[in-house]
Each structure stands twice: as structure tokens, then as C-alpha cells.
Design a protein around this ligand. Structure first.
Ligand code: SAM
Length: 278
């Protein structure tokens, strides 16, 4: 498949982020639209609800919230390029969305808003990509209103993955993966501040896919207009790299799921409950 060595090298050496940008893949939160729909079902969201997304990337989650709820939404991301794409996508949407959604460059470590500004903070998979989770959690606590909700939907491992799978995925995305379970996240958040109360959680298992599904998925990308117009050599190199990544991710998905965790910012610590449903 990979015949032209020069083209293959150029495509192979591109960063993962640049490669994804080249494919124009939609960057979704774990669970994608199902996660956003579920949060909409679980939390009351009205016209005066102020929602902050931290790590909004190219805008999928914030825009999906705007499509299915009347909230006022702001997405922040440290990547100026992601914010630019998110704003372009928003501007191509209907007026009502343009009026209610904004994207700006900002870090979860130093959120550019004052205390108690938001009713809901959403951070899908992004906090998992932050080395200093404690600083981010302090910032979430600061800008969230008391009795407001912090929603996190990180990818979690339900079964311990082999080290070689972790190494392969880490190599692709350029970040060392430290596998976390849902309970690790809960411990991290609630030990950070006793006023974080785990209000709701549900875990979802992801599954790996058959070769035929992978072939269909890759064909979808290769048939995108902007890739069809590339030379055969470039197309072959892109397909070769994409297939290799997808096969690695597919292996990883044998062990992977995601959790929807909703924390509430309390005014006072909650008294323990003894008799609860299992
Ligand atoms: C894998 S993407 C997650 C995108 C997707 N919206 C989700 O919820 O899973 C991680 C995003 O977090 C952003 N990011 C990483 N560190 C950040 C930080 N300290 N503050 C804000 N965004 C950050 C990255 O630029 C990237 O767009």
C-alpha cells in the first residue's frame, strides 16, 4: 500500500494533531452527541443557564449543547487554532447559535472569568490531558456558582490494558497515558475539595470494531472531497497512517469506556448516607 517513500515520510512525520487536522475529523467528547443528550436530560438547562466548556477544541460539544438547549455557552481552549476553527464553524451556523455561543483562548489553569460565573462547567475528555489536574479543579471550583454542576466525561479503563497497547497509543498522540478508572477520577476530585459532591455517575463501555467497519470508516475519510483531490501517493500515505492508528485505537478499545460524572459544588459538606441502592 505505502509505495512512495518520500510522501510516506512527510505524512508519517506530521504531528498527530496536524494529521487529524488534515483529515478534518470531528473532535467529539467521549460518547459524542449521546453524552451531550444525556447531560441535557440529567440537568435543568434554561435560557439563563451559563455553561462553560473547558477544552472546547473545534467546538463540537459547545455547539451541540447550543443545538439542543437554550443555554448561554462559552468554550475555552489553549489552542488558538482550535478556537479559530470553532468560531468559523459557529459563524456558519444559524443566527440563534451565533448569539448564544462564544469561543475564546483560555486555560483551565487560569480561567479568564470571575468567581461564581457559571451554572455548569463541562469538560469532556480535556482534563485527562492536563498534567496539573489539581490546579484545573481549583479553577473549576472558583468560577462555578455554589450548587452549580461540574460535568466530566473522561475516557476510563474498565480492564487493565497491556503496557504495549498503552505505549502504542501514547506514541501516536504524543502524551504519556496514565490509565485511570472512574474511581480514580472520583478520588481525585473529592479529595481535592470536600465540597465537591459526586451527584451522578454512569459508566459506558466502548467496544472494538470488526475489520469491515474499519474499512468502511477509512473509506469515508478517503472519499472526502479535500482528500480525493490529493495525488495517489499522498492518498496512499494518508490511508496507510490512518489505518495503522485506527488499528491501534481499536485494540485499546477492548479495555476502554467513558464515565459521565456530575459533581455539585456544595455550600457545606454532605453528611454520609449509609443505606443506599447498590
Ligand atoms: C482531546 S481534546 C478534548 C476535546 C473534546 N472537546 C473532549 O471533550 O473530549 C483536548 C483539548 O484540551 C485542550 N487543552 C489541553 N490543555 C488545556 C488547558 N490547560 N486548558 C484548556 N484547554 C486545554 C487541547 O487544546 C484540546 O483541544
Amino acid at each position: 500500500m505505502c509505495v512512495n517513500k518520500d510522501e510516506q515520510k512527510r505524512i508519517q512525520e506530521m504531528s498527530y494533531t496536524d494529521f487529524i487536522a488534515l483529515l478534518q475529523e470531528t473532535n467529539r467528547c467521549p460518547g459524542g452527541k449521546r453524552t451531550v443528550k444525556r447531560i441535557r436530560e440529567l440537568l435543568h438547562i434554561a435560557e439563563n443557564t451559563k455553561l462553560l466548556e473547558v477544552g472546547s477544541n473545534t467546538g463540537f460539544t459547545s455547539l451541540e449543547f447550543a443545538h439542543i438547549s437554550p443555554a448561554q455557552i462559552c468554550g475555552i481552549d489553549i489552542s488558538a487554532e482550535c478556537v479559530r476553527v470553532a468560531n468559523d464553524t459557529k459563524m456558519a451556523d444559524v443566527q440563534n447559535i451565533k448569539d448564544r455561543v462564544s469561543f475564546q483562548v483560555g486555560s483551565g489553569y487560569n480561567i479568564p472569568f470571575s468567581e461564581e460565573s457559571f451554572d455548569i462547567i463541562m469538560t469532556g475528555g480535556a482534563t485527562g490531558f492536563m498534567d496539573d489536574k489539581s490546579t484545573a479543579l481549583k479553577e473549576y471550583f472558583r468560577v462555578l456558582k455554589t450548587w452549580g454542576f461540574l460535568v466530566m466525561t473522561p475516557l476510563v479503563y474498565h480492564t487493565e490494558p497491556p503496557q504495549e497497547v498503552l505505549d502504542s497509543v501514547s506514541k501516536i498522540i504524543g502524551t504519556k497515558i496514565i490509565p485511570m478508572r472512574a474511581s480514580d477520577w472520583e478520588r481525585k476530585v473529592t479529595e481535592e475539595n470536600k465540597l465537591w459532591e459526586l451527584y451522578h455517575q454512569e459508566q459506558h463501555v466502548l467496544t472494538s470494531r470488526a475489520d469491515i467497519d474499519i474499512n468502511t470508516y477509512i473509506s469515508y475519510f478517503m472519499n472526502k472531497q479535500h482528500l480525493r483531490s490529493q495525488s495517489d501517493e499522498i492518498r496512499q500515505a494518508i490511508e496507510c497512517r490512518w489505518r495503522s492508528h485506527i488499528n491501534t485505537f481499536n485494540e485499546n478499545h477492548k479495555y476502554l469506556g467513558y464515565v459521565i460524572q456530575i459533581y455539585r459544588k456544595r455550600k457545606i459538606e454532605e453528611e454520609p448516607e449509609l443505606f443506599v441502592t447498590s
